[in-house]
Design a protein around this ligand. Structure first.
Ligand SMILES: [Zn+2]
Length: 363
């Protein structure tokens, strides 16, 4: 490696490896411009000089084996399945090749490593659906047995998903949430009518809550509300504002595909590796638009099953999880929340708006 390729910086990596590089900086780390991600005047990290980054990378690489023509090059696996290199790096393969060269120089991989094809090694860790098939789980819960599924490993779901639990800011941050209800008059609903349906009315099933179980769906942006209630011209929509009055913790399902592993924990890395295809299918399921199909209630069952399990963790351990959040499919890149305790929220104001126009974009 020459001087131009042997230095990178923490901005070259996504969280996980970024933290590892940052912790390896010391007073002797030179300042300069990063040749890979273009960051200027940053602390530089010399590839191959410190053990931490190499060991982390080696832990991931060791989950795979080469030797057959089937499989993919390691640079593709690391980028596609492990999201290691930051978007700031224009040519990720260039950085990965330099990382492989530093592993080779230190005797951690053999010659020709970068051109070989790799497959996941067999390991003791199992997918959380035993046969690794999300669709067989969905079929089973919809049409065979709903409440007792012996081939689901709940401990693995817990271990995989707890890393996605995050705080949402409290009232001091002025963080506001919104809920909409379609109404046929411009007077609209009152504040008291903007929460979850009362107990004596059957709560309809949603992506997260089973039928009859009251939970509160809120949008994080006001403009998402008309999309989520599927309002059309010339509907009136009452939009209630809800304030988060205390710190809450939610499971962020929009990040299922981006779980940041502990690169120093081989068991955690293996568990994540064998579950990546299932987690991807789960992420797709959560992101599916709500259907008006009469069978939609059945389609929600697999995600409800996982959400109900997450809710049950509140009763069994110290970790508080107040709800889940996921990206709106009706208004992409905006977040929706479902809170498990609807009575924990109060509507502070309500405004009734009228839909004047709908824009449809097609591909
Ligand atoms: Zn960089």
């Amino acid at each position: 490696m020459n001087d131009k390729t042997k230095f990178c910086c923490s901005n070259c990596f996504e969280k996980g490896l970024k933290d590892i590089v940052e912790s390896a900086y010391d007073a002797k780390s030179p300042l300069g411009n990063c040749p890979y991600c273009g960051s200027s005047n940053v602390r530089l990290y010399e590839l191959g000089k410190h053990d931490e980054l190499q060991n982390a990378l080696y832990n991931v690489i060791s989950l795979y084996e080469s030797g057959s023509k089937a499989g993919e090059p390691m640079s593709m696996i690391l980028q596609k399945d492990w999201n290691i290199v930051s978007e700031k790096v224009e040519t990720p393969s260039r950085l990965l090749l330099s990382l492989f060269a530093s592993l080779f120089e230190n005797g951690m991989v053999s010659k020709g490593f970068s051109t070989r094809k790799f497959r996941l090694r067999r390991s003791a860790e199992k997918p959380f659906v035993e046969n690794g098939s999300w669709s067989s789980f969905a079929e089973h819960i919809k049409y065979k047995n709903r409440f007792h599924i012996p081939f689901i490993h709940l401990n693995s779901i817990q271990e995989l998903l707890l890393g996605l639990v995050e705080d949402i800011p409290d009232a001091d941050s002025n963080d506001l949430f919104y809920r909409g209800r379609i109404t046929n008059s411009k007077t609209g609903f009152k504040k008291e009518e903007m929460g979850a349906p009362p107990k004596n009315l059957l709560a309809a099933a949603g992506r997260v809550n089973p039928s009859g179980i009251r939970e509160l769906y809120l949008c994080h942006d006001r403009e998402t509300v008309p999309y989520e209630v599927r309002a059309t011209v010339p509907d009136y929509v009452s939009v209630g504002t809800f304030r988060c009055e205390k710190k809450r913790r939610v499971l962020n399902l929009s990040k299922i595909d981006q779980i940041v592993p502990d690169f120093t924990n081989l068991h955690a890395l293996r568990l994540l590796a064998v579950n990546k295809p299932l987690l991807h299918d789960f992420a797709q399921e959560v992101a599916k638009p709500v259907s008006s199909n009469p069978n939609a209630e059945l389609d929600y069952l697999p995600t409800q099953y996982i959400a109900e399990f997450v809710k049950s963790l509140n009763d069994t351990q110290t970790q508080q999880i107040d709800g889940v959040c996921f990206e709106s499919t009706m208004y992409p890149s905006h977040m929706n929340y479902c809170f498990f305790d609807p009575d924990d929220w109060k509507c502070s104001e309500v405004e009734t708006i009228q839909v004047k126009e709908i824009r449809i974009r097609t591909n």
